[in-house]
Design a protein around this ligand. Sequence first.
Ligand SMILES: [Zn+2]
Ligand SMILES: [Zn+2]
Ligand SMILES: [Zn+2]
Length: 322
Amino acid sequence: MKVFQIACLICFLVFMNCDSTKENSEMKTEINKKSFANQYITILGIAQDAGYPQINCEKTCCKAYYDGDEAKKLVSCLGLVDLKSEQKWLFDATPDIVEQTQILKDKHLDNGKVIDGVFLTHAHIGHYTGLMNFGREALGGKDIPVYVMSRMKNYLKTNGPWSQLVALNNIELKALENDSILALNAALKITPLLVPHRDEYSETVGYRIEGKDKSALFIPDIDKWNKWERNIIEEVKKVDYAFLDASFFRDGELNRDMSKIPHPFTTETTTLFENESIETKNKIYFIHFNHTNPTIQNHSPLRDSIQNLGFRFAKEGDNFEL
Ligand SMILES: [Zn+2]
Ligand SMILES: [Zn+2]
Ligand SMILES: [Zn+2]
């Protein structure tokens, strides 16, 4: 009888243990699911239009890559992911779109689509030429939504090879309006904001991306902060993350007239925010680095000094909950 009772007790304990292990693992999965937001931004690239390394550059900036001291950097791009609705979008169609859509699929969401939509900022090579991969020679896409402002829309419709993407319905152009909210779904809202830039073929916009809890500002290209009708300090304060143009670190960085290709120098942005709180500075993540900007390199001492002031650097693979 005693032996039977002990056997029963052992069975009971084993059963209880199995059950609680199962419960524990279920609890863990639940926590893992909850520990990351359903909607988030992921950084898919940080370099200026021409990437890093840049074509034919024999200077120390790109030598660092060929010597194996720095990794290749993809062109400036944000991925927007909604795990709940199982959708994903790109902010800009860069020359690195093949790798960037693959990263989205492998590491974030495989929903059977290459992308649910693309938001374009403007018609400079790093921001829209990736669209060519949606065409007949490549993916042969079907009605891929491409969100654009009016001049950009007209440019794509009336100039080859882009007009063929429209004619063959590889892409479907969706019109955006300045400072007007587009609700992607119940959780995500997108607002384009016109910014001053060298607008040869299209206007240029930045984007405000709003989730249920947090929001972000993305301005990869702008001429100078003081040319904008909006106050960048106020715009940064309105959001949780601000991914801002850091094409050049300082004046004189290029051996050509830099006033012809104006951008806010990193040093100008940090000076502008000098007297703001550490919380405000912490919201700024620099992005869109020219190959000559020393802070594109992970091992740059200048990068450390800017971080010590409270500013941050966007890095491929970093995720930001919304
Ligand atoms: Zn650019
Ligand atoms: Zn270089
Ligand atoms: Zn540009």
